[in-house]
Write a protein that binds this ligand. Structure first.
Ligand SMILES: [Zn+2]
Length: 62
């Protein structure tokens, strides 16, 4: 079994809390420090989460 590490910074759960994600049938983990990247700049995770760059940021109507 492979140890879960943050998909962005590769830190393991013995160093930092990890949040489990499910995406396209796979389970990934991300740490709280990288979570805002997933929210605001998901395209920065292209290559780590296949297809994530196609997700457009949520439009906030003001
Ligand atoms: Zn991280």
């Amino acid at each position: 079994m492979t140890e879960k590490t943050c998909l962005n910074c590769d830190r393991a759960a013995d160093l930092i809390p990890l949040i489990s994600l499910e995406y396209r049938g796979e389970t990934y983990a991300i740490c709280p420090q990288c979570f805002p990247v997933l929210i605001h700049k998901p395209q920065n995770l292209a290559g780590k989460l296949p297809g994530i760059e196609n997700i457009s940021p949520a439009d906030h109507q003001h």
